[in-house]
Design a protein. Structure first.
Lengths: 392, 282
């Protein structure tokens, strides 16, 4: 059990800067997810935590101990890799026992033949066997111990990889996209198992993924990364509903949030896509800003004019309980997507003109620089406090 | 069904031509070998006779093989061959695997330059280096010993190259996992990389053993003492001194010398195929 403190980490590969002054405190026992598109530096950050890469500046503290000069094995962290990285020539039992053998047996005791005859070897080896068997049983792979990784399915290999990490009770678990090689159904199942594992072990998890569904379902907090920088660190619901940055809003949510350019007409009114919406903004008349409206924020309006957007239906996607309506709006080069209740389906057909409105307090406003403009009045929500969990 | 389609495919004209060419080249390579075995069981009169047949009219094998085994110290030569080849192979793997690991998986200044030098070493024929190596051996005072037969081959650029290429295909994550599991870099080489690269190790072993078992050039230069001679050199000396034009025993000796290689190769071939298919399973 340990907290982790990442302090002003820089990392460059030649002229390419991968991480820039990145700082992030992680609480003891927290499940923190690093979320971002591929190439954003999240895996690099994880490998720096593990000691597999060396940062160019900054430092890492695990449990209040600076670990910068320490080798991976001295850091008391375990890692689960995307490719599982099991040793194909060893059985499941040997794969899981290796980290314990390396720690508990001396170099002489590990010698291929002679080691067996060293005094304490049989006792320690038996202890290791017991622990490996216990861990394997708790993961439901007790019957697979004699097999080699090549004879296992993807899900079983994934469990072995988790077991190899678990067996030595590390202070911090690092997971690098552990579910991305599994099929969709198994992924959902393993997601639940990882969540349960975290609850059961109560140790700190740092989880890397590009899958927002994993990040949202698993995490206590999500750290959204882009181009080597942290954009926002907050609990999943705040990341979705209360993003700090336009890029966070665009990365989270499927279908993507609708981004509409608007101009402030006067206090409380914004011109957007040939219509005027009554939205309070902390901006002067004539100022340009961007409105972010999630598909589910829209509702059908009876008529056009002020407070509603009008467009012609391009396409309808049925999703069962909901339907996604793609609307072409005057002056917009990409369609607007609105999520409406499926009961409306018979009433909507392609080519039809449709009016949709949005509750002003649920419309997100972004300035020209992409930062969120929070409203002082009306529905202005309290800003997120990422370190709330830490100081708890 | 599949047997039918296979025989149909074999009946196609292009397939017939292809197999004819393969059979012809295969026969061309096999003929000298078969001829050697054939000569080793013929009496001297038939060897130089005008009639041509692979099977002798009078079976003379026992006499030829007895002569080959008794008139020259053939078992001694083969024992020497085993000692030299085994030592060379063991040392080659001992040195090549860590070198290849460093070149494939570690990042350090000058790595690509070093690998370039390995490639240059690969291009140099051994004969070019023989004189400097001979002088080196002389100055070390190891000429006319087993050590002289072994030392030029201890580091094999080919082995480094082959292992490095194979190690490159092993994902970095496996190395990372091993480091997190607490293995030292050398432990990673011997406990993870070499076992995973078993097909490459076996392939290299075949190349190495065949090459050094059959080597005549270097032993001819550094060894004078008959008790140190490896098989090919022994046979050559045997031909000059004992057998003269007595080709029957000479061919019998040659057959005996090649025999362990054939047996070893056939045994390793099964392993080789197993290793290859084993590695191919994801």
């Amino acid at each position: 059990m340990a907290s982790v403190l990442i302090d002003s980490i820089d990392k460059n590969y030649g002229p390419t800067s991968v991480l820039r002054g990145l700082s992030l405190p992680i609480a003891d026992g927290e499940f923190l997810t690093l979320l971002g598109p591929s190439g954003c530096g999240k895996s690099t950050l994880l490998r720096i935590l593990a000691g597999l890469e060396v940062q160019d500046a900054g430092s890492v503290l695990i449990g209040e101990r600076a670990v910068d000069g320490l080798k991976p094995k001295q850091r008391d962290v375990a890692m689960v890799f995307q490719s599982y990285a099991l040793y194909p020539h060893m059985t499941v039992a040997s794969n899981m026992a290796l980290p314990l053998r390396m720690r508990r047996l001396s170099a002489f005791q590990r010698l291929p033949l002679l080691g067996r005859f060293m005094p304490a070897t049989p006792r320690i080896a038996a202890e290791i066997d017991v622990e490996v068997t216990r861990t394997a049983k708790s993961l439901g792979i007790g019957h697979l111990l004699a097999r080699k990784p090549g004879q296992l399915s993807g899900g079983q290999r994934q469990r072995v990889a988790v077991g190899r990490a678990m067996v030595r009770h590390p202070a911090v678990f690092l997971m690098d996209e552990p579910l991305s090689n599994l099929d969709a159904k198994l992924r959902v199942q393993m997601r639940a198992e990882i969540k349960e594992l975290h609850r059961r072990l109560g140790v700190t998890f740092v989880y890397v993924t590009h899958d927002q569904a994993e990040a949202m379902t698993l995490s206590d907090r999500v750290a959204v990364m882009l181009d080597g920088e942290l954009l926002q660190v907050a609990p999943p619901k705040d990341i979705y509903a209360d993003p700090d940055d336009r890029r966070v809003a665009e990365f989270i949510g499927s279908p993507k949030i609708n981004m509409l350019d608007g101009v402030v007409r006067e206090r409380g009114l914004i011109d957007v896509a040939g219509s005027t919406l009554a939205i309070e903004a902390d901006a002067r008349a004539g100022e340009h800003l961007t409105l972010g409206i999630r598909p589910e924020v829209f509702h059908l309006a009876d008529h056009g004019g002020q407070g509603a957007l009008t467009g012609s239906v391009r396409m309808i996607e049925h999703m069962g309980s909901d339907l996604f309506v793609h609307l072409d709006l005057a002056g917009l080069d990409h369609p607007l997507i609105a999520r409406l209740l499926a009961e409306r389906a018979p009433l909507i057909s392609p080519g039809q003109t449709l009016h949709v409105g949005a509750k002003p307090e649920r419309v997100l406003l972004f300035g020209r620089d992409g930062r969120r403009l929070r409203r002082q009045v009306g529905s202005g929500r309290a800003s997120v406090t990422p370190i709330r969990e830490i100081t708890r | 069904m599949s047997a039918n389609t296979r025989s149909n495919r074999l009946l196609q004209p292009s397939a017939t031509v292809r197999h004819a060419i393969l059979l012809a080249t295969g026969a061309l390579i096999l003929v000298p070998f078969v001829w050697m075995v054939s000569l080793s069981i013929k009496p001297p009169g038939e060897i130089f006779g005008t009639s041509f047949s692979f099977w002798p009219a009078q079976f003379y094998g026992i006499e030829n093989y007895t002569k080959a085994l008794t008139e020259a110290p053939l078992p001694r030569y083969m024992g020497n061959g085993i000692i030299v080849c085994a030592t060379i192979l063991a040392l080659q793997i001992l040195f090549c695997a860590p070198c290849a690991y460093a070149l494939a998986k570690l990042r350090f200044l000058g790595r690509d330059l070093l690998f370039g030098m390995v490639l240059i070493g690969l291009l140099l024929p051994h004969q070019v280096l023989s004189l400097p190596l001979f002088i080196l051996g002389y100055q070390l005072g190891i000429l006319n010993t087993y050590a002289a037969l072994i030392f030029p081959y201890v580091v094999s650029p080919f082995g480094i190259f082959l292992f490095r290429q194979f190690f490159k295909t092993i994902p970095d994550d496996v190395v990372h996992a091993a480091r997190l599991d607490g293995l030292s870099e050398l432990a990673i080489v011997w406990r993870i990389m070499v076992p995973m690269a078993l097909p490459a190790v076996i392939a290299f072993s075949i190349f190495s053993v065949v090459g050094h078992w059959n080597d005549l050039f270097w032993p001819l230069i550094v060894v004078r003492d008959q008790s140190l001679m490896p098989p090919p050199l022994g046979i050559m000396v045997f031909k000059n001194e004992e057998a003269g034009n007595d080709y029957g025993p000479l061919m019998a000796a040659s057959t005996l010398v090649v025999l362990p290689l054939v047996i070893a190769f056939l045994a390793a071939q099964k392993w080789f195929v197993e290793g290859m298919t084993g590695g191919a399973v994801k």
